[in-house]
Design a protein around this ligand. Structure first.
Ligand SMILES: [Zn+2]
Length: 71
Protein backbone atom coordinates (compact mmCIF):
# COMPACT_ATOMS: atom_id res chain seq x y z
CA UNK A 1 0.00 0.00 0.00
CA UNK A 2 1.16 3.48 -0.79
CA UNK A 3 0.92 5.67 2.26
CA UNK A 4 0.40 8.76 0.12
CA UNK A 5 -2.70 7.27 -1.48
CA UNK A 6 -4.50 6.90 1.80
CA UNK A 7 -5.31 10.53 2.40
CA UNK A 8 -8.27 10.16 4.69
CA UNK A 9 -9.36 13.43 6.23
CA UNK A 10 -8.45 13.95 9.83
CA UNK A 11 -11.14 13.91 12.45
CA UNK A 12 -11.06 17.67 12.76
CA UNK A 13 -11.22 18.38 9.08
CA UNK A 14 -14.43 19.67 7.62
CA UNK A 15 -15.55 20.23 4.10
CA UNK A 16 -16.13 23.86 3.27
CA UNK A 17 -19.71 24.32 2.15
CA UNK A 18 -18.68 27.06 -0.27
CA UNK A 19 -15.59 25.76 -2.05
CA UNK A 20 -15.92 22.10 -1.06
CA UNK A 21 -12.33 22.15 0.07
CA UNK A 22 -11.24 20.36 3.21
CA UNK A 23 -10.00 22.56 5.98
CA UNK A 24 -8.54 21.73 9.34
CA UNK A 25 -9.65 25.12 10.62
CA UNK A 26 -13.39 25.03 10.00
CA UNK A 27 -15.47 28.07 10.83
CA UNK A 28 -19.06 27.52 11.87
CA UNK A 29 -21.21 29.59 9.54
CA UNK A 30 -24.62 28.07 10.07
CA UNK A 31 -26.42 25.82 12.45
CA UNK A 32 -29.27 23.84 10.95
CA UNK A 33 -31.93 22.55 13.26
CA UNK A 34 -34.33 19.91 12.15
CA UNK A 35 -37.51 18.64 13.71
CA UNK A 36 -36.62 15.11 12.71
CA UNK A 37 -33.03 14.37 13.51
CA UNK A 38 -30.14 15.93 15.31
CA UNK A 39 -29.58 18.66 12.75
CA UNK A 40 -26.15 19.58 11.58
CA UNK A 41 -23.63 22.36 11.43
CA UNK A 42 -22.34 24.01 8.30
CA UNK A 43 -18.68 24.87 8.13
CA UNK A 44 -16.57 26.98 5.85
CA UNK A 45 -12.86 27.36 5.50
CA UNK A 46 -11.28 30.55 6.90
CA UNK A 47 -11.02 32.00 3.40
CA UNK A 48 -14.71 31.56 2.67
CA UNK A 49 -16.10 32.34 6.11
CA UNK A 50 -16.12 36.14 5.58
CA UNK A 51 -18.39 35.61 2.59
CA UNK A 52 -21.15 34.28 4.76
CA UNK A 53 -23.57 36.60 6.53
CA UNK A 54 -23.41 36.85 10.25
CA UNK A 55 -25.58 34.33 11.97
CA UNK A 56 -28.88 35.98 12.85
CA UNK A 57 -29.87 36.17 16.44
CA UNK A 58 -32.78 33.84 17.05
CA UNK A 59 -34.50 36.47 19.19
CA UNK A 60 -34.40 38.90 16.30
CA UNK A 61 -36.40 36.50 14.17
CA UNK A 62 -39.30 36.31 16.57
CA UNK A 63 -42.35 38.39 15.67
CA UNK A 64 -42.33 41.70 17.45
CA UNK A 65 -38.78 41.32 18.65
CA UNK A 66 -37.06 44.65 18.99
CA UNK A 67 -40.34 46.45 18.48
CA UNK A 68 -42.60 47.98 21.03
CA UNK A 69 -44.32 45.46 23.24
CA UNK A 70 -48.05 45.40 22.59
CA UNK A 71 -48.87 44.33 26.08
ZN1 LIG B 1 -13.92 27.47 1.35
Amino acid sequence: MDAASSRTPGARQRACTRCDGLTDRPVLVSDVHQNSGPGFSVYACPDCAPHFPVLPDVAALLPGAGERRAR
